[in-house]
Design a protein around this ligand. Structure first.
Ligand SMILES: Cc1ncc(COP(=O)(O)O)c(C=O)c1O
Length: 360
């Protein structure tokens, strides 16, 4: 706290990212990064972008990348909005769509915790809607009759940190039931096995689908995300963006992102490898006695019936293995574990077997 702060700063509750530790022999399974590197074609395109042109501002409209993304989803470039990572897009979504007098935003009680951080930052009125006992969204909680129309609904699909996916039919039903609310589906992990609501875009002008290149395209360090929405929503996001930073995507990011999306073969191969490793990892964790929620993401969410999750996390850390633990109601006995390579998953399971065999 300082005498120089704006009035609202003391009340902010910043998002706490997973630890970026430096230790020898580190196995980092705590921030859902991809264990495989980016597409070699993306790396080549970024090297080629390192030149005299960097003295020039990037293309303001980022048209080439928006066209590539639009083609990938069978949409028009006018339905694509870009941002410096999907977190930046989410921030603009909260600012542009959820500040409606007297109308709350609906958010699941267990989901990506950044949503509540943005609620605080922008003073968005919101209501937490509990997931059911299996950690699933109940469609009727969002689609049923309500005294006041919400400004919007936001959830991650697959959800974070559970990994559970909601079927497209449920998203379709929610978007249909709430035509005057923005229905925002954060699909950061969708490429690891769930169906994208981009397929519903033609049916609903209130749908906003957000993707990132940080997970399935292995480019967390590049900071590229995009939203798919109808042109009036894209216009609202652009108005906010251009009141904030006109050039959120640098020339290197534009080149790398475009090549990454064009490299379909590499994308298929790396996401398939992660999905295969997830299946093996889930099986091995179950064999060690863990309950593992069904995951369509690049992580699993697991709890042991007899061991404290925070204690397991600490014991793994002593072996330079990082996993994520949230001290939040309902999930404090779970660990969120990013799917690594088969070798990394095997090291994790050996460490867990040893920790569980020790008396406690
Ligand atoms: C559900 C969800 N949405 C968005 C993000 C942010 O991704 P980005 O790296 O594109 O900012 C994350 C990152 O972990 C996430 O888990």
């Amino acid at each position: 706290m300082s005498k120089l702060w704006s009035d609202h700063v003391a009340g902010l509750v910043p998002y706490v990212p997973g630890e970026q530790a430096r230790m020898p022999n580190l196995l980092k399974l705590n921030t859902n990064e991809n264990p495989y590197g980016p597409s070699p074609r993306a790396l080549e395109a970024m090297r080629a972008a390192l030149g005299d042109d960097l003295r020039l501002y990037p293309d303001y409209s980022a048209l080439a990348l928006r066209q590539t993304i639009a083609r990938h989803h069978g949409l028009d470039a006018g339905q694509v909005f870009l941002g410096n990572g999907s977190d930046e897009i989410l921030a603009h979504v909260f600012n542009a769509l959820f500040l409606r007098a007297g109308r709350p935003l609906l958010v699941p009680d267990i989901t990506y915790s950044f949503y509540r951080t943005y609620c605080r930052l922008y003073q968005v009125p919101h209501r937490l809607v509990p997931l059911d006992a299996q950690f699933a969204i109940r469609v009727e909680d969002y689609a049923g009759p309500m005294a006041v129309e919400p400004s919007g609904i936001i959830f991650a699909n697959p959800n974070a940190p559970t990994g559970c996916a909601l079927p497209l039919a449920s998203i379709d039903a929610i978007a249909r039931a709430r035509p005057d609310s923005a229905v925002v589906v954060d699909e950061a992990y969708v490429d690891f096995g769930a169906d994208s609501a981009a397929a519903l875009m033609d049916r609903h002008d209130n749908l906003v689908v957000i993707h990132t290149l940080s997970k399935s395209r292995s480019l967390a360090g590049l900071r590229v995300g995009y939203a798919l929405a109808h042109p009036p929503v894209v216009e609202a996001l652009s108005r906010v963006k251009d009141s904030f930073n006109s050039y959120p995507m640098d020339r290197i990011a534009l080149a790398g992102a475009q090549a990454a999306i064009e490299d379909e073969a590499y994308f298929e191969q790396s996401r398939r490898a992660v999905m295969d490793a997830r299946q093996t990892l889930a099986g091995e964790l179950r064999a060690l006695g863990f309950e593992v929620l069904p995951s369509e993401a690049n992580f699993v969410f697991a709890r042991h019936p007899a061991r404290d999750a925070a204690a397991i996390q600490r014991a793994l850390r002593e072996q330079a293995i990082l996993v994520r633990h949230f001290k939040s109601p309902r999930i404090e006995q779970f660990l969120r574990i990013t799917v690594g390579t088969p070798e990394e998953c095997a090291r994790l399971c050996r460490a867990l077997a040893q920790i569980l065999s020790e008396s406690h």
